[in-house]
Design a protein around this ligand. Structure first.
Ligand SMILES: C[C@H](N)C(=O)N[C@@H](CCC(=O)O)C(=O)O
Ligand SMILES: [Mg+2]
Length: 366
C-alpha cells in the first residue's frame, strides 16, 4: 500500500462555555483534520492537530505549512510502513501538533491494515483497563467556579481539575476553599496552574494548600516549563504531589524530570509529544522509574482524543485520563471512536482509531 496524498481542512467546534486557564480563553476548538490517502480504495487514515500556540508554539498556518512543505514531500509515494513514524520526527524539529496528526493517521492506517483496533495493535495484551476522565473547572470568580463544579458533580464527574494561577495565590486559595466547602468530600480535587507561578508564589501556594487541609490530590505544572530543578524541589518539598505537564514534551524532558526528582506524576499529551510513537518512548521511561502517568489533551475534539485513549489503553503506566475537552463542545460532530458514559471513557467497535472516517472525509473529497 502506498501513500498517495495528504489532505486537511480547518474546522471550528464551538464550546458550551468558554474554557479559561491562566494562559488563555478558548471559545471554539480550532481543529485541523488530516487525511492520509492511499492507493487502496477506502483506506484513509485520519488525524487531528490543534494550534495551542501558547503551549506548543503551533499555529494553524504553521501546522498546514509543516504538512505542505515537509510531510507531503516525505510521505507521498512511500509504502506504508512503521518506519515512517520515526522519520516524521527526524525530518523536522518541533511542530509537535502537526506530527501528532500525521502520527495518528499513520497509526490509523497501520492498525486498519493489521485488522486490529489501534490499542490492540499497540499492545497485543492490553489488559482490561477501565478509565474515567476528570472534568476541568475553568478559572472564574469563586461563585461561578462553585456553580460549575456542582453541575459537573451532578452530571457524574467524580474528579474535578481546578484551574488556578491567574490572580494572586490567596485568591486561588479562597477559590479552592469555597469549592472544597461546597462539594461532597468524596469528590477528588486537583489543581492546574499552567506555569503561572514564580518560585516564591509556588512555594507559598504549595505550603498553604498543604496547610489548609483542602485534600488537593495533585498540583499540575506550578512553574514555567523550563524550571526543571524548581519543579523537582517543589515535588520533593511538600505533601501535595506535583504533576509535570508543560515540562514534559519529549523523552529528553522525561529524563530531565527524573534527574531533578519531578518523578511522581506526569501528564502525557499527544500534541506535546508529537503523537503516539514518541509518547510510547516517554511511557517507557515512566515505566522504568515507576512514574504514574495521566494522559491529557489540549482543547481537541474526538479524533485526537480517540488516539489518546487508544494509547492510554495500551500503555500500562497510564492510570488516569483528562479527556474532558470533547465533552465541552456544543454538538458532537465526529462519530465513532471515544464514547462517554458520564465520566467513563471507552471505545466504539472498529479497526484503527474506529472513527467514522467517511463522515469527516466527505468534506475534503467533495
Ligand atoms: C482540556 C484539558 N482538561 C486541559 O486542561 N488541558 C491543558 C490545557 C489545554 C489548553 O489550553 O488547550 C492542561 O493544561 O492540562
Ligand atoms: Mg495542565
Amino acid at each position: 500500500m502506498f501513500i498517495t496524498d495528504i489532505k486537511y481542512y480547518r474546522y471550528g467546534t464551538p464550546l458550551k462555555k468558554p474554557f479559561k486557564t491562566s494562559l488563555r480563553t478558548v471559545e471554539v476548538i480550532e481543529s485541523i483534520y488530516v487525511f492520509i490517502e492511499t492507493n487502496v480504495d477506502g483506506f484513509v487514515g485520519v488525524g487531528e492537530a490543534v494550534p495551542t500556540y501558547v503551549i506548543t508554539g503551533d499555529t494553524k498556518g504553521g501546522i498546514e505549512a509543516a504538512i505542505e512543505e515537509v510531510f507531503k514531500p516525505l510521505l507521498i509515494n512511500k509504502p506504508l510502513s512503521k518506519d515512517l513514524l520515526q522519520e516524521i520526527h527526524e525530518i523536522i524539529v518541533g511542530n509537535t501538533s502537526a506530527k501528532a496528526a500525521i502520527d495518528m493517521a499513520l497509526y490509523d492506517l497501520l492498525a486498519q491494515d493489521a485488522e486490529l483496533p489501534l490499542y490492540k495493535y499497540l499492545n497485543h495484551n492490553p489488559g482490561n483497563k477501565s478509565l474515567e476522565t476528570c472534568y476541568t473547572v475553568s478559572l472564574n470568580e469563586a461563585d461561578e467556579m462553585v456553580a460549575d463544579a456542582l453541575r459537573y458533580v451532578r452530571e457524574g464527574y467524580n474528579h474535578l481539575k481546578i484551574k488556578v494561577g491567574k490572580d494572586n495565590v490567596e485568591t486561588d486559595l479562597n477559590r479552592l476553599k469555597a469549592l472544597r466547602n461546597a462539594l461532597p468530600t468524596k469528590v477528588i480535587l486537583s489543581a492546574d496552574a499552567n506555569q503561572a507561578w514564580d518560585e516564591e508564589s509556588a512555594h507559598y501556594a504549595l505550603k498553604h494548600f498543604d496547610e489548609a487541609n483542602l485534600n488537593i490530590e495533585s498540583i499540575e505544572q506550578p512553574v514555567n516549563r523550563y524550571e526543571y530543578s524548581l519543579l523537582g524541589e517543589l515535588a520533593r518539598g511538600y505533601h501535595i504531589p506535583v504533576m509535570a505537564d508543560e515540562s514534559l514534551f519529549s523523552p529528553y524532558d522525561a529524563n530531565q524530570l527524573i534527574e531533578t526528582g519531578a518523578d511522581k506524576l506526569w501528564n502525557i499529551k499527544l500534541m506535546k509529544s508529537g503523537g503516539i510513537f514518541q509518547a510510547l518512548k516517554i511511557h517507557a521511561i515512566a515505566k522504568s522509574h515507576n512514574v504514574s502517568c495521566m494522559v491529557g489533551c489540549m482543547m481537541e475534539t474526538h479524533v485526537s482524543v480517540t488516539a489518546a485513549l487508544h494509547f492510554s489503553l495500551a500503555a500500562d503506566q497510564v492510570e488516569r485520563v483528562d479527556f474532558d475537552a470533547p465533552l465541552m463542545v456544543l454538538q458532537r460532530e465526529v462519530q465513532g471512536g471515544i464514547q462517554y458514559d458520564k465520566a467513563k471513557v471507552f471505545l466504539s467497535e472498529g479497526n484503527g482509531l474506529g472513527i467514522d472516517r467517511a463522515y469527516l472525509y466527505k468534506k475534503v473529497s467533495s
